[in-house]
Design a protein around this ligand. Structure first.
Ligand code: MSP
Length: 521
């Protein structure tokens, strides 16, 4: 049976500085989703990478006495390392300086040109290097020092006049509005959709898509004093990575259009307006969903070097462990909204939910099995209603609820469902008191511990996308075979074979002890 396909991408990060927690947050979100889909029976392709061209990178490199390529190589290596330390299950890490990517940019350019959507003219306008974007007068504010800044991003703009190729974005106003109307799920969360629709409704202006003032970019076909606007180049990564314009091994045909472009809220316009217009122009299908997540904040402010509140991905891993860091980030912040984080908030999640709830349930159950059942999967007697109820709540019903939340990328709510199932199991162990049954009713003790072992198996299975290493340790402890770890095994009753020897129990979610002088960030 062929599996349904699922293609998920993150934004590709600029290489003008090392990775920070905002990048890690997005990549973890995409990884959690990719792992979930794989375990849920999909053939997944997961793409991430780096966006290496543009004036900002060129300037930063030169300021450091390096060539843009050397500098990009160094920073890209840091992103690759970050992904390894975060246990990101990517299928490809794309770098926009790769030759195949540059070829793809020229191919899509030629297609848009053939369609009559590209023309040469002159551009004069306010440009922000930081945002790599032009702004209209009405989008600017004058700062106290007299400098003009883009109101929405606070970055400085300067007047730029140059010959430029333009894309006829104005011709796509109605086509895009029709597309949004026909595909209400295209832009998510829905409040982001409203922002995009009202922007497009004002009428789109043609877009300047080439530069002549610097040369760190992909050359425009047949006019190499121009390089492509970095966003034409960057967005094309989503198709170049899977084989566009050729498709030797059928990867492009298989995975395009993408199922989800996962990005931050600041770059929705590029993904939900420019990108579908480019694709329409080139005669290519439009991605199914663009999901804009919110920003991570500390004490209500955006993380930034100047505020000194930047938490590095590595600092979080060192403090909590990879699985715990992934869990706490996905749990603490509602995906789609901005969210405040601190070591204290994340540490509380780790302790309350992973250590005290799920970890403790596994520890209590497995140590009783080790002591009272000879370290083997216990033999159950006849199941009572209360047993069936728990097996459903922490089995099929949990899977269905978690899947529903994953469909909406509501990771925190999905985790909440798992925590609720573990809560129910903790209440069950307290009310059934297998330690008492040990003296009064050995058969019932066996049933209760068997039911709990099954629940632990289900919890181990469902936790794999978020806490992959610990979840697999849990599954090892209840002797689940490597080929019985996908979601089709959740709630499959009596999966554990009574009498199977189990390894000595080991804690998987230790308590987090805050350093005595805890500082937030
Ligand atoms: N290079 C462009 C994206 C091109 S995609 C075709 C870019 N790069 S970036 O490095 O500035 O940002 C990469 C991603 O990280 C974006 O989705 C951005 O929203 C996200 N984040 C950057 N800072 C963030 C936070 N503080 N919190 C959460 N995500 C944030 O934009």
């Amino acid at each position: 049976m062929t599996k349904p396909h699922f293609y998920i991408t993150t934004a590709i990060s600029y290489v003008n500085g090392p990775p920070h927690l905002g990048h890690a947050y997005e990549t973890i979100g995409a990884d959690v989703m990719a792992r979930f889909k794989r375990l849920d029976g999909f053939d997944v392709y997961f793409l991430t990478g780096t966006d290496e061209h543009g004036q900002k990178v060129q300037k930063t490199a030169i300021a450091k006495g390096k060539t843009p390529q050397q500098f990009s190589d160094e920073i890209a290596a840091l992103f690759i390392d970050m992904n390894k330390s975060l246990n990101i299950s990517l299928d490809q890490f794309i770098r926009t300086t790769a030759q195949f990517h540059k070829d793809a940019c020229q191919a899509i350019w030629n297609k848009m040109k053939e369609g009559g959507d590209i023309y040469l003219n002159k551009y004069a306008g306010w440009y922000s290097e930081r945002d790599e974007a032009f702004y209209g007068e009405d989008e600017l504010t004058t700062r106290e020092d007299g400098k003009k800044i883009a109101t929405s991003t606070g970055t400085e703009v300067h007047w730029l006049e140059e010959e430029s190729y333009f894309f006829k974005l104005s011709e796509y106003t109605q086509k895009l509005l029709d597309y949004y109307e026909a595909h209400p799920e295209f832009i998510q969360p829905s409040f982001r959709k409203n922002e995009v629709v009202s922007f497009v409704k004002q009428g789109l202006k043609d877009l300047s898509i080439s530069r002549t003032s610097f040369d760190w970019g992909v050359k425009v076909p047949n006019d190499d004093k121009h390089i492509m606007y970095v966003w034409v180049d960057a967005l094309t990564n989503y198709i170049s990575a899977i084989g566009y314009p050729g498709d030797k091994d059928g990867t492009f045909a298989k995975y395009w259009p993408a199922d989800i472009h996962l990005i931050g809220k600041d770059i929705i316009r590029f993904h939900a307006v420019f990108w579908p217009a480019f694709l329409m122009s080139a005669g290519l299908p439009i991605p199914k969903r663009v999901f804009g997540h919110g920003f991570l904040l500390t004490r209500g402010e955006k993380m930034s070097k100047s505020l000194g509140n930047v938490v590095t991905p590595q600092a979080l891993i060192d403090r909590f462990g990879v699985d715990q860091a992934r869990y706490a980030l996905m749990r603490e912040v509602t995906f789609g909204q901005d969210g405040d984080i601190s070591y204290e908030l994340l540490g509380n999640r780790v302790n309350a939910e992973l250590a005290n709830n799920i970890g403790n349930l596994a520890q209590r159950t497995l140590s009783q099995i080790a002591k009272n059942c000879d370290g083997k999967v216990p033999q159950p007697g006849i199941l009572e209603d209360v047993d069936h109820q728990l097996l459903d709540k922490a089995g099929q019903a949990m899977l269905i609820a978690v899947r529903g939340e994953f469909e909406k990328m509501q990771f925190s709510k999905a985790i909440e469902e798992i925590v609720q199932a573990a809560n129910a199991a903790n209440l069950y162990i307290d009310s059934q008191a297998p330690w008492t049954l040990k003296k009064t009713n050995l058969e019932r003790m066996g049933t209760v511990l068997y039911v709990l072992a099954e629940v632990i198996r289900n919890l181990g299975l469902i936790l794999q996308p978020v806490t992959p290493v610990a979840a697999n340790k849990i599954l090892d402890q209840v002797a689940v075979a490597a080929d019985a770890r996908d979601f089709s095994f959740i709630g499959a009753g009596y999966a554990l074979q009574p009498g199977t020897a189990l390894p000595a129990p080991q804690g998987v979610f230790p308590r987090y002890e805050a350093p005595s002088e805890e500082k937030i960030a």
